[in-house]
Design a protein around this ligand. Structure first.
Ligand code: BTN
Length: 259
């Protein structure tokens, strides 16, 4: 069990969810929770299974980057089996769940930078990675990976975590990782279950983005685009208006806010 008690039993006790986090696999150190969650899927993991680690030796970031997960962070992956129609909404589910969790547990107001970086006071506090296995028109599995800088000094990692912060840096005190985790799992389940009900998840995600209306630079693969981030589509893609009036639809990339 970890120093501040992230054992499966401690997490499950008092967890008010139907399925997310009802099965937990905890590691003090592993390569990447994404890798282990994929192995769990192959062994028939139930929906909502969580793989969590205190430290990752090969944490995976978006766009094939390395994700640093020192002690004091929270690194977890959640296994889901959504319908194809809901696959693009998982970034919305995950980022909104993190924003709500941070607000509820710390009182801090977090914002989302498209597509799913969570920032506090303009600095990144959480990264989210979605991986999925798709066959034809059906989804074999999806894994939501969430890494939150909770109780660590981001300035100790400035060479690898530029413009990053942690919850303890922002609050000036440590945060209970157990409370944060339990709340996060409940928020993920709530948002996930509300996907079939209508467009509330899309609308709230859109309205929580700090990106819209801003002049941005987006690197997407080999290409770089500049313009005003005009809107986001229901599938999560960004609509970027260039200075020549052109409209680019970008489904994945890295945004720099220019204004
Ligand atoms: C990003 O690049 O912003 C996404 C980072 C996602 C990191 C999380 S930590 C838990 C899960 N396991 C990983 O190896 N990556 C994700």
């Amino acid at each position: 069990m970890a120093a501040d008690g992230l054992s499966p039993l401690a997490i499950s006790n008092g967890l008010k969810t139907r399925f997310v986090g009802q099965r937990v696999s905890y590691y003090s150190r592993l390569s990447s929770t994404m890798e282990v969650a994929r192995e769990e899927v192959q062994q028939g993991a139930p929906e909502g299974m969580v793989v969590i680690a205190d430290e990752q030796s090969a944490g995976k970031g978006r766009l094939n980057r390395v994700w640093l997960s020192p002690g004091g962070s929270v690194s977890l992956s959640i296994v889901l089996y959504p319908d194809m129609a809901y696959l693009p909404s998982l970034i919305m589910v995950a980022s909104l769940a993190v924003v709500h969790t941070i607000k509820a547990v710390t009182g801090l107001r977090a914002q989302i930078k498209w597509p799913n970086d969570v920032l506090v006071n303009g600095k990144k506090v959480c990264g989210i990675l979605i991986e999925s296995g798709v066959r034809g028109s059906s989804v074999d599995y999806a894994i939501i990976g969430i890494g939150i800088n909770v109780n660590l000094k981001a300035s100790d990692f400035t060479d690898i975590l530029p413009a990053a912060t942690s919850l303890s840096d922002e609050l000036g005190r440590d945060v209970s990782r157990l409370e944060l985790l339990r709340r996060l799992l409940a928020e993920v389940e709530n948002f996930y279950l509300s996907l079939p009900v209508g467009e509330s998840v899309y609308r709230e995600w859109r309205d929580s983005l700090i990106t819209l209306g801003r002049q941005v630079r987006v690197s997407s693969g080999e290409a770089t685009y500049e313009g005003i981030a005009e809107a986001v589509a229901r599938d999560g893609s960004l609509l970027l208006r260039g200075s020549d009036g052109s409209l680019n639809r970008i489904s994945a990339g890295d945004v720099t806010l220019c204004d």
